[in-house]
Write a protein that binds this ligand. Structure first.
Ligand SMILES: Nc1ncnc2c1ncn2[C@@H]1O[C@H](COP(=O)(O)OP(=O)(O)OP(=O)(O)O)[C@@H](O)[C@H]1O
Ligand SMILES: [Mg+2]
Length: 348
């Protein structure tokens, strides 16, 4: 499959200011060298514990946050059918607009209540991103907004309402309408269903799936809910403390994980495809602080199988199976170690 976005050694450090002069005293190393390809038309799930850098990755790609260094190469399809590859990290907002990339990248947030201005009417909320990239007359704009509302299962009776006059599920539909308003190629969905109750979650997931097929969009689906990601994603990337530790097609990841951290995540799912007798892999200790990440393999302080080498040598991503995994120092032995220590294994 063709690539749409390539992240190359992407780094995002949030400065921590201190002292009387408020100068930088430290930095949160939220992303520390991410290498990841996002393929055209796929839904890539991004999973990992709270604070590992999932939202930061999404925000860096859609340029809500400036990356500290590295490349985000966007494959832009031009009108004549040719493709141009552009690194968007150094591009200003003006350059993004001029090159036509601005409207191609969108994001939907977890909490639709806080992501919409409570004083704006729905018709203006949805028109806002369109105004950023196009000049439409008011009548044209209104018909475009009506069409978008219909696409997400709402109607023109909602045009003159405020965000608080909707249910949570409807508000997330509005957020989706706003995200697709500029005909984007790529949408970051940051926990779009986590704040909703289960039946509404299913409706929104199905809406997102249908829209992806109809409009040929590519998704980065951020979540820590592995069953949701199993349902919606074609491929999954697992993150730990600012690094990608494993990527694989969804079915492969659930069948044959490579990295000890992936095993631990999978063992936490109730009713996963594992034997009933399997027990959960309980990780000891807390996630280390991204202010001062551990040397060597970042997972070593919590890894039940760490050896001396893990404390000093940082594993790099390498090709395994149909995907990639950090070259864990115990790699061939991991499945057996997991089975012996935790009696955790997959049925097939
Ligand atoms: N604007 C900011 N300024 C400083 N630090 C930040 C900022 N945004 C995020 N961080 C820090 O960066 C790290 C990664 O945060 P991020 O929001 O990307 O995590 P996450 O994986 O999305 O977590 P969650 O699952 O809880 O949403 C965290 O340690 C967080 O405290
Ligand atoms: Mg987040």
């Amino acid at each position: 499959m063709e690539k749409l976005i390539e992240l190359k050694n992407l780094v995002k450090h949030y400065p921590i200011l201190g002292g009387i002069l408020r100068h930088q005293v430290n930095a949160v190393q939220a992303l520390d060298g991410i290498n990841l390809d996002i393929l055209k038309g796929e839904c890539l799930g991004l999973v990992g514990e709270s604070g590992c850098g999932k939202t930061t990755t999404g925000k860096a790609i859609v340029k809500l946050h400036e990356a500290t260094s590295g490349e985000i190469n966007f494959h832009l399809k031009k009108k004549d059918g040719s493709t141009e590859v552009k690194d968007i990290v150094p591009m200003s907002n003006r350059m993004l607009k001029k090159s036509g990339i601005r409207g191609k990248l969108q994001m939907v947030f977890q909490d639709p209540t806080t992501s919409m201005n409570p004083r704006m009417l729905i018709k203006n909320i949805i028109a806002e991103p369109i105004n950023e990239v196009e000049n439409l007359k008011s009548r044209e704009m209104e018909s475009r907004v009506k069409k978008l509302l219909n696409t997400v299962g709402l109607g023109e009776q909602h045009l003159l309402r405020y965000p608080h006059e909707f249910s949570g599920g409807q508000r997330q539909r509005l957020a989706v309408a706003r995200a697709i308003a500029t005909n984007p190629d790529f949408i970051v969905l940051d926990e779009p269903t986590s704040a909703l109750d289960v039946s509404v979650q299913a409706q929104i997931l199905n809406l997102l799936k249908d829209l992806q097929q109809q409009l040929g969009m590519t998704y980065l689906f951020v979540t820590h809910h592995l069953l949701v990601v199993k349902y919606i994603s074609t491929r999954i990337a697992v993150m730990y403390l600012g690094k990608i530790v494993e990527t694989a097609k969804t079915a492969d990841l659930f069948k044959t994980p490579f990295h000890p951290y992936t095993f631990a995540l999978l063992s936490a799912i109730p009713n996963a495809n594992i034997d009933k007798k399997s027990s959960r892999i309980i990780l000891e200790g807390d996630v280390p602080s991204p202010l001062n990440p551990p040397k060597g393999c970042r997972f070593h302080p919590r890894c039940p199988f760490a050896i001396e080498q893990c404390r000093t040598v940082e594993p790099q991503l390498e090709d395994v199976g149909n995907g990639q995994a950090a070259a864990c120092h115990r790699k061939e032995d991991v499945p057996k170690l997991v089975k012996d220590k935790f009696n955790f294994y997959f049925k097939n």
